[in-house]
Design a protein around this ligand. Sequence first.
Ligand SMILES: Cc1ncc(COP(=O)(O)O)c(C=O)c1O
Length: 398
Amino acid sequence: MGHHDSQELDTQLVYLGRDPKRDLGSVNPPVHRTSTVIFPDYKTFRAYEDDNATHRGYGRYGSPTLDGLEEALIKLEGADRAIITASGLSAITTSLLAFLNAGDHVLIPDCMYSCARAFVVQELPRLGIEVEFYPPTIGADIEKLMKKNTKVVYTESPGSNTFEMQDLPALAKVAHAHGALLISDNTWATPLLQKPFDLGVDISIHSATKYIAGHSDLVMGAVTCKQEHFKTLNRAHRNIGAIPSGDNAYLALRGLRTMAVRLQKHQEHALKVAEWLQTVPEVKRVLYPALPTDPGHAIWKRDMTGASGLFGVELNTVTEEALGAMLDGLEYFGMGFSWGGYESLIVAYTPSRMRSVTEWGKDARFLRLHIGLESPKDLIADLDAGFQRLRTTMQKAA
Ligand SMILES: Cc1ncc(COP(=O)(O)O)c(C=O)c1O
């Protein structure tokens, strides 16, 4: 802290958010488990609601453990300020509630994370906020959808499940010309692989549950922003009160230390598995912006310095029974939600169920794979045996 001001990412990951001098020599900061925060005297007590008060007042307003995580994310992402939230979803909901008022219009990409989509569809309209979905690859043509009351253009790049890359600088230009904010879910890229504020993003959101924590042992979120937006964001955060425990903040900070090395492996392994999947006859296409054949590859190359380990595949015609035979026998791929942990995961999905303005085929079957740190050799062999089971089941039924 302070005395370590290297601009080198690898060094920053080791030093950010901790201070052994302050913490009695401990390499890692202590976990603060806090509700009540005792005031030192009556004068401080009287002043704690002042804007410049240094006393925190109450455990819901954070702790030194959360401060360490905030400091690290601010620096890594090139932001001025951050809030840490109880989940990635509450990072999204807090951000939207902070900047939207009754009578406003918000543009949402069709690829928005499904639970956030449920929030904008089920909660925002009853608060008098007009929600409109747009095709994620719209780029500068978003101009046509801008209204006088458009206050937020939301983005998620690449998109959940369908992995479209969004042209953030083009969207930012249009949004800003209309006085709207660009809010971006940057979870897939992590604070390491994309610098949202350089691309014109105003508010950057993370599910820290994924690569930041990195070990599938907690749920947490974060939002970073420039100073000018902090007051509004923090007002909503304090009023909503969705903060994580000190224990989880500690674990997330610990996860952060190894994020760069983990991501290198996730990318290396994911590319190998994705390239292999492109040779499987049952696979129609692989949705992974790091592949040169992906429609979003040029934007990915322009805006990101690497890829994480999550991607999708569209399957050719397949029966439920055959898909079940494939998935049930997998040895290394767990069937479960979330991603960004050290282990491989797989889920089946039908994108059309979560889309309203883009076409994905009513019954098209997709698999989402998170490629973990296991040997790609084992992962490919596991999937290969899975496709054999799928094939045999399909042939038996034919
Ligand atoms: C892209 C994206 N954003 C946000 C979230 C929500 O995060 P959380 O599960 O931490 O609430 C998720 C996944 O859960 C996600 O995949």
